[in-house]
Design a protein around this ligand. Structure first.
Ligand code: PLP
Ligand code: COI
Length: 355
């Protein structure tokens, strides 16, 4: 399928200060969009001026949340070279989410081409300073104009892009995380491992309550026993216990993070021992109390690597390490962002150039 490009005749004013971009607040001049119709498949792939969507009030997505999305980044170096990081993995994960949510798949190579073509069109919007990037938000929504609850026959897939800086206002500074005991995000057999809007909708209440208490995010426990560590709202979690990096295994209710997978490979290549296994909150708190938990950090596209300075569970608040950025967190952050930005050799073949 060809991608038809219609360029905007009037361009939006560009940002002037890369340091104050924040995350996902401004959008570029164009978007990619195509439609799916049962019997016809995906059609009318195009890049056109950024615009609002016109949906019928009965549209499936507005009622039953049959929706999936992705998040990935494009980078531009000082000399103008544009790269993306493991974008094909996001195309794969989108299809895994589609499978779970009964939505149509998109040919992965074609989806990659759509992302690359859009990034190329929006090249002047990609910031270059450290910590900044062009964030891509591929999104698929179900769009039947009827109220029955079943898999829709019509879908829209679009990609919007947003020049962005740090996800947390703290940047690489350590965040405070609350281990959530009242609410849950996902259960095995549910939709936790899909990147679908409902997982985020159901987490907002806990996030709001935690924010009021001064925490950046909540750390979810498993939905069945409330005993095992799962993940944070927008990040997978890693803990350094007795010098070993420990991370919850993918049990069906956790999002299989691409940053998680990359950090595991990277850490092993740097000589660290990494264990993917169940981690109970009891094990974690015991390690934290005795000082054996030297570092904790989240991994995610938006947040990259985000050190945790303090963990709160029930009435206990335990600072991690010296409350600053741990040595391993810093090393992984520097190496990963270096690979992403082209200043550290990419031995893994993760980075692709966009022409
Ligand atoms: N967990 C959740 C719930 C997320 O939303 C994200 C972000 O996409 C992650 C983990 C990290 O995944 P990734 O590293 O692929 O961005
Ligand atoms: C990501 O893309 O890294 C995300 O976590 C998306 C998030 C802001 C919901």
């Amino acid at each position: 399928m060809d991608i038809k490009i219609t360029r905007a005749t009037e361009l939006k004013p560009k940002f002037t200060d890369e340091a104050s971009l924040g995350f996902g607040r401004i959008f570029t001049d164009h978007m990619f969009i195509m439609e799916y119709t049962e019997g016809k498949g995906w059609h009318d792939a195009r890049i056109e001026p950024y615009h609002r969507l016109a949906l019928d009030p009965s549209s499936t997505v507005l009622h039953y949340a049959q929706e999936i999305f992705e998040g990935l980044k494009a980078y531009k170096s000082e000399d103008g070279k544009i790269t993306m990081f493991r974008a094909i993995e996001n195309c794969r994960r989108l299809n895994n989410s589609a499978e779970r949510m009964c939505m149509p798949k998109i040919d992965e190579e074609f989806n990659l081409k759509a992302m690359e073509t859009l990034v190329s069109v929006e090249r002047d919007w990609i910031p270059t300073s450290a910590g900044t990037s062009l964030y891509l938000r591929p999104t698929m929504i179900a769009n039947d104009e009827a109220l029955g609850v079943h898999a829709a026959k019509n879908y829209i897939y679009y990609i919007i892009t947003s020049p962005s800086g740090a996800y947390y206002k703290e940047g690489l500074a350590p965040v405070k995380i609350k281990i959530e005991e009242k609410y849950i995000r996902a259960v095995r057999g549910g939709t936790g491992e899909a990147k679908t809007g409902g997982n985020y909708a159901c987490s907002i209440r806990a996030g709001e309550e935690a924010a009021k208490q001064g925490y950046a995010q909540v750390l979810w426990l498993d939905g069945e026993e409330r005993k095992y560590i799962e993940e944070v709202g927008a990040m997978n979690m890693m803990f350094v216990i007795d010098g070993t990096i420990v991370t919850p295994d993918l049990d069906g209710s956790i999002l299989p993070g691409i940053t998680r997978k990359s950090v595991i490979e990277l850490a092993r290549s740097l000589g660290y021992k990494v264990e993917e296994r169940r981690v109970s909150v009891e094990e974690l708190m015991t390690a934290a109390r005795s000082g054996r938990l030297s570092e904790a950090f989240g991994t995610g596209t938006a947040a990259v690597i985000s050190p945790v300075g303090l963990l709160a569970y029930k009435d206990e608040k335990i600072p991690i390490g010296d409350g600053g950025i741990g040595k391993i967190s810093q090393q992984l952050y520097d190496t990963l962002t270096g690979i992403q930005r082209g200043t550290v050799e990419d031995k893994f073949g993760w980075v692709t150039e966009v022409k």
